[in-house]
Design a protein around this ligand. Structure first.
Ligand code: AMP
Ligand code: SF4
Length: 457
């Protein structure tokens, strides 16, 4: 996943604290590391560290540094493993000067590009696909930086939303398919670039618009200059539908569509008239809450906060003793006592990946006295891995890739299990299906013709 943020003040105001706060609002997109970069007097400065934003960075220290342009990144590991050398932003100082970059996405032609560059003498410092962009720029020592960056971008395939700093400019770019979100905001004379609009709200900035697929924005003293990558027109849009299902924050608006509304619509579409009206609806906290609300509002069925989650579990290390293993999922989730006694329960979650969570919750709700447990999943079955920046298991670990619906329903111990279709997912988001990526649901990845020979630099 990962979250990126950039700020540029045209009147020269310091922006590092804004970037810190922006990253704070994007924390849900990555908790492994956080970093901020800026350029002063021809060299890049970077502060970064592992863990959450407040653990990795010192807000008070950043607030004292005077720089009017900066970029930041919160990291969730996909390409490149978890080691600290892969903290972003990445930076380089090469023939044309300093550059720093923060990337959300995953480059599908990374290995081809990396061996092309290594055969020409490049030495990679990290195992992150993002470094290929810096290496491609450095391999054009006589080309000005903006042009070198654009030449590099047309060679990339897969997902990239980027913020890049060169001396005097903040640059934002989004791949021609628009896989990962990226928005522009403004407050007074400060321009912001963010993975999601929720970070703009925190800063009191106004959402101007999304960065268009294939668009490169140059933000400097002149204002915002928009350019379009030459290859952009040739590709159809593929906005990630999973952002609306699970990843993005519900208070964000992505490509003109509210994540909150999409989740409630997904829930409403789960109404197939196949559940008794007096069954109790409950969402899995927090991922299924909005879909459960949408289903209950549509059907007028009673909704309860029927499952309670320990919010601190992700940050707590509990010794894996036998006693802890016996407590199992109850360490994380616990049904509200009495709510489901002698009732039918409809448990709603946003997605089912390995099926572990669903299996555990069904047996827990049954133990708490429910007569029947119906599992409702507010997305289509996840049957294929993602190659565009989301960490999903391989097909042999994906429950819906291994079993048909009846077998899966039995294996999680539910009385019934239903999903949505890809068309329903598009309908809930409000975008045409052709403009959405649904590869993890329908296996339709970038076509071969979108991989023409890209290697001549
Ligand atoms: P599972 O137990 O593997 O079926 O996990 C399903 C749960 O994981 C759902 O409740 C989702 O909210 C959440 N989820 C879905 N996709 C991902 C992902 N790529 N990374 C982490 N959590 C996910
Ligand atoms: Fe999003 Fe799935 Fe496409 Fe990956 S494969 S970009 S998770 S819709």
């Amino acid at each position: 996943m990962c979250g990126i943020f950039g700020a540029y003040s045209q009147s020269g105001k310091p922006v590092l604290e804004d970037v810190y706060l922006g990253l704070y609002a994007l924390q849900h997109r990555g908790q492994l590391s956080a970093g901020i970069a800026w350029i002063n007097n021809g060299s890049v400065s970077i502060k970064n560290g592992t863990g959450l934003v407040h653990e990795a960075l010192n807000q008070n220290e950043l607030a004292t540094i005077d720089t009017n342009a900066a970029i930041g990144h919160v990291r969730y590991a996909t390409a490149g493993g978890t080691s600290s050398e892969n903290c972003q932003p990445l930076s380089a100082n090469y023939a044309q000067g300093p550059v720093a970059i923060a990337h959300n996405g995953n480059l599908t032609n990374f290995h081809g590009l990396a061996s092309y560059l290594e055969n020409r003498g490049a030495i990679f410092h990290t195992s992150a696909d993002t470094e290929t962009i810096l290496q491609l720029m450095a391999h054009q020592p006589n080309t000005v930086q903006l042009e070198a960056l654009e030449n590099a971008l047309v060679k990339l395939r897969g997902a990239y939303s980027l913020v890049v700093l060169i001396e005097g400019s903040l640059i934002a770019a989004r791949d021609p398919w628009g896989f990962r979100p990226l928005v522009i905001g403004q407050k007074d004379d400060t321009i912001y670039i963010s993975s999601e609009s929720c970070a703009l709200d925190l800063l009191g900035a106004k959402l101007i618009r999304d960065v268009a697929p294939g668009e490169v924005l140059i933000i400097d003293k002149r204002g915002i200059i928009s350019q379009t990558l030459p290859s952009a027109e040739a590709h159809r849009k593929r906005h990630c539908s999973f952002e609306y299902v699970y990843f993005a924050r519900p208070d964000s608006v992505i490509d003109g569509h509210s994540v909150y509304n999409a989740r409630k619509n997904l829930g409403a579409l789960l109404d197939k008239g196949d559940i008794p009206q007096d069954a109790i609806v409950a969402g899995m906290p927090d991922s299924g809450t909005l879909a459960a609300l949408g289903l209950a509002q549509k059907t007028k069925m009673p909704i309860e906060s029927g499952v309670v989650r320990n919010r601190y579990i992700g940050r707590t290390f509990i010794q894996p003793t036998q006693r802890v293993r016996d407590a199992g999922v109850k360490i994380k989730l616990n049904p509200q006592p009495g709510i489901f006694q002698d009732k039918e329960a409809v448990i709603v979650d946003d997605s089912l990946v390995r099926g572990t969570t669903a299996g555990r919750i069904v047996s827990m709700i049954r133990e708490s006295g429910a007569k029947k447990v119906h599992m409702r999943i507010a997305s289509p079955p996840v049957c294929f891995p993602c190659y565009y920046g989301i960490d999903t298991p391989t097909s042999d670990e994906l429950a819906a890739a291994q079993m048909d619906r009846q077998t899966l329903c039995k294996s999680i111990g539910a009385d019934s299990l239903t999903y949505l279709t890809c068309d329903e997912l598009a309908e809930a988001i409000g975008l045409p299906r052709e403009e959405l990526c649904m590869a993890c649901f329908d296996g339709s990845y970038l076509e071969n013709e979108e991989y023409e020979n890209l290697l001549e630099v």
